[in-house]
Design a protein around this ligand. Structure first.
Ligand SMILES: [Cu+2]
Length: 380
């Protein structure tokens, strides 16, 4: 019997039984296990029947052109220049491409992507910047980019407005000023909408307030997302940032006592509501991220409909391995569950290394904002 498991952390966390349930449920629901390392759905079920108590399989590093842990912090500031009126211009090139991605070990999904990744690039800027998106459709279907933000009608990226749907091989430049500040998103708005969104055409759009926000370790967890692997109009795999259980296999390093800020966006198609529950702590929540004061204080669960989003802030008092997941058991069992590995500062380098990260990731996580905090509050 072959187990290609990277489950050291998983076992340490004492999640063995849960993981067994997860695997059985995952493959029992009709997800298409692909050839990969030779495990089809039947052989996986057999493993489960023989009492495997870990997640089966290993991600194939050759398939995805992105690392799920690095998606958390890879802010894209575009190519920056200054316009004659003194305004900052940020210019981005986004190409739609059809590409198979791996959404769980051994399970590939024929995605439609922005720049070869799901979610697409995390566009980050300051309120008032001019944003210029050179969009080229290199896919096989008509697509658009619709931004959640303020912009003229012709820049709305929907059929009938401006250029409407951009045909394969064609291009269009979307341009507008970034406002309001907050945690936003963009997605394809071609029809049928649910198919174009669920195939993977979405990304985070973070607009920093001009006065910045207090220092924090920041993560883009855009996206609570899901995949309908057999195209029956329901999802088989759920995740945050695309790969089921990846943040359980490779826990996210965090330091005791530091402020953590999560940009959370729900783009799940087919299910009306998604949610986020944090273990062993409570957080403040900024609905849509459009305020500097929390809109909800001291909660440990938040729900979001599709395209709803917000900013979470919290800090952990004690070291430990803390779960986060939707409080919807089905989603959690089908891949949407992750963990924070909270450690003392002196153990942080080790925590990074244990999941294949480095100092560069740490710097991106703690210096993400386009503007330094200009308020009074001391760093936590
Ligand atoms: Cu599309």
């Amino acid at each position: 019997m072959k187990f290609n498991l990277t489950r050291r952390n998983f076992m340490r966390a004492g999640l063995g039984t849960l993981a067994g349930t997860i695997g059985a449920t995952l493959f029992g629901k009709g997800a298409m296990a692909q050839d990969g390392d030779g495990q089809d759905a039947d052989s996986v079920r057999q493993h489960m029947a023989h009492g495997s108590n870990g997640m089966v399989g290993q991600m194939n590093p050759e398939i995805n052109q992105f690392d799920t842990l690095r998606l958390l912090t890879d802010w894209d500031y575009g190519v920056e220049s200054t316009l004659e009126n003194g305004q900052t211009l940020r210019e981005y090139n986004i190409v739609a491409v059809d590409l198979d991605i791996e959404i769980a070990p051994g399970i590939t999904f024929p995605a439609w992507t922005y720049n070869g990744r799901v979610p697409g690039p995390t566009i980050r800027c300051t309120e008032g910047d001019r944003i210029r998106i050179n969009f080229h459709n290199g896919g096989t279907h008509p697509h658009t980019i619709h931004f959640h933000g303020v912009h003229p009608y012709g820049m709305d990226g929907v059929p009938g407005a401006g250029p409407g749907e951009i045909s394969p091989g064609e291009a269009f430049t979307y341009e507008f000023d970034a406002e309001p500040f907050g945690c936003h998103l963009y997605h394809c708005h071609a029809l049928p909408l649910k198919r174009h969104i669920h195939k993977g055409l979405y990304g985070a759009f973070i607009v920093d307030p001009k006065e910045g926000r207090p220092p924090a370790r920041e993560f883009m967890m855009m996206m609570m997302n899901a995949f309908d692997t057999n195209f029956d109009g329901g999802n088989e795999i759920y995740a945050v940032n695309t790969v089921g259980f990846e943040y359980a296999r490779r826990m996210i390093p965090v330091k005791v006592g530091e402020r953590v800020r999560i940009y959370l966006i729900n783009i799940t198609e087919f299910d009306a509501i998604n949610s986020f529950h944090l273990h062993a702590e409570f957080f403040d929540y900024y609905d849509h991220g459009t305020t500097l004061e929390p809109t909800l204080k001291t909660v440990d669960t938040i729900m979001q409909v599709q395209a709803q989003r917000g900013i979470l802030e919290f800090s952990y008092r004690w070291p430990g391995e803390y779960m986060f997941h939707p409080h919807i058991a089905e989603f959690a069992e089908l891949g949407w569950m992750g963990m924070f590995n909270v450690v003392e500062p002196e153990n942080f380098a080790e925590a990074l290394e244990s999941v294949g990260l480095d100092e560069e990731w740490d710097i991106l996580a703690t210096n993400g904002s386009t503007v330094p905090w200009q308020g009074e509050e001391a760093s936590s």
